[in-house]
Design a protein around this ligand. Structure first.
Ligand code: MN
Length: 254
C-alpha cells in the first residue's frame, strides 16, 4: 500500500494551488452566473494523465471541469478489467496550464520528481451534470484518449476519520465499465506496458536525464508558464573552450 498520507493534506498544498483555490473562493457561484463545473450533456472537455515518479509512482488523473482540472492521484496503473478497482486519492484542483507539463519538479518541493504526460484527450459525462455527480461521489464518464478509452466510473468511498490538523481527504475508486474497451483477466493489465510519453515518446528515465523543463511548485502558475515558454538556457561553454580558459588561468598563476 503506497504511502499517501501527504496527499490532500493542507500542509502540502503548494502556493500556486492555494492561489487557485483562493481565486475560486473569492467568487460566489451562487450569486454570479459564472459557470462552475457545468458541462452540458455530451460536451467534451480535456483530460490528462500525468505519470508521476514522486516518493511513489502514481498516475495523476485530471478532468477539466469549470475552468480547472479536477484531480486524483491513482496509485496504480488503471486496469481495463471492470472487476479491478484502483484507489484514486482526491487532490486539489490543478490549473489548466499545468496539464501540458512534462519535465521535473525539483526535489524537496511539493510533488518533487519526474512528470510524464502519459495520456491526454477528451472526456464527457455519460449522463447528468458532472459537477453534481462529483459532489454526490459518483461520476460515470467516457474517455477518448490515446490510452484511456470508453466508459469509466469514479466512485467515492466512505471518508477516513479526519486527522488532526489536516483536511479530510477523499478516497475514490477508478473503475473500468463494461464495454468494448474492457478486458478481463490478465488482459486488463495491458496499460502497464505503456511506459512512454504521449507527448514526446520518452520514458520517465529519459525525461529525468534530459528534460530542461522544470516546474517549481513554490512559484506561481504564471511564473512557471512564462519560464517554460522561454527558450532553454544556452549550454555551458564547450569543454574545449573551458580547458583553454583553465590553461590560460594556470599560466597566469605561474
Ligand atoms: Mn502527483
Amino acid at each position: 500500500m503506497p504511502d499517501l498520507r501527504n496527499f490532500g493534506s493542507r500542509r502540502f498544498v503548494a502556493p500556486a494551488m492555494t492561489k487557485l483555490s483562493t481565486y475560486y473562493a473569492k467568487r460566489n457561484f451562487a450569486k454570479t452566473k459564472e459557470p462552475r463545473g457545468k458541462v452540458a450533456k455530451g460536451e467534451r472537455h480535456r483530460f490528462v494523465i500525468q505519470r508521476h515518479a514522486a516518493t511513489r509512482l502514481h498516475y495523476d488523473l485530471r478532468l477539466e471541469l469549470g475552468g480547472v482540472y479536477k484531480s486524483w492521484a491513482v496509485t496504480k496503473t488503471p486496469s481495463l478489467d471492470p472487476a479491478v478497482k484502483r484507489l484514486a486519492v482526491e487532490v486539489e484542483d490543478h490549473p489548466i496550464e499545468y496539464g501540458t507539463f512534462e519535465g521535473t519538479i525539483p526535489e524537496g518541493q511539493y510533488g518533487g520528481g519526474t512528470v510524464q504526460l502519459w495520456d491526454r484527450g477528451t472526456w464527457r459525462p455519460q449522463a447528468g451534470t458532472p459537477a453534481r455527480d462529483l459532489e454526490k461521489g459518483h461520476l460515470k464518464f467516457v474517455m477518448d484518449g490515446v490510452r484511456m478509452k470508453g466508459k469509466w466510473a469514479l466512485v467515492r468511498m466512505r471518508d477516513d476519520r479526519q486527522r488532526l490538523g489536516t483536511r479530510a481527504r477523499h478516497n475514490w475508486l477508478l473503475i473500468k465499465e463494461i464495454d468494448g474497451e474492457a478486458a478481463r483477466g490478465p488482459g486488463g493489465d495491458a496499460l502497464q506496458k505503456a511506459v512512454t510519453s504521449v507527448k514526446t515518446g520518452r520514458t520517465l528515465e529519459e525525461i529525468a536525464d534530459k528534460s530542461t523543463k522544470i516546474w517549481n511548485s513554490n512559484r506561481s502558475v504564471k511564473k512557471n508558464v512564462k519560464a517554460l515558454k522561454r527558450k532553454p538556457a544556452k549550454k555551458k561553454k564547450t569543454p574545449a573552450k573551458k580547458k583553454a580558459k583553465k590553461a590560460t588561468a594556470n599560466r597566469k598563476r605561474k
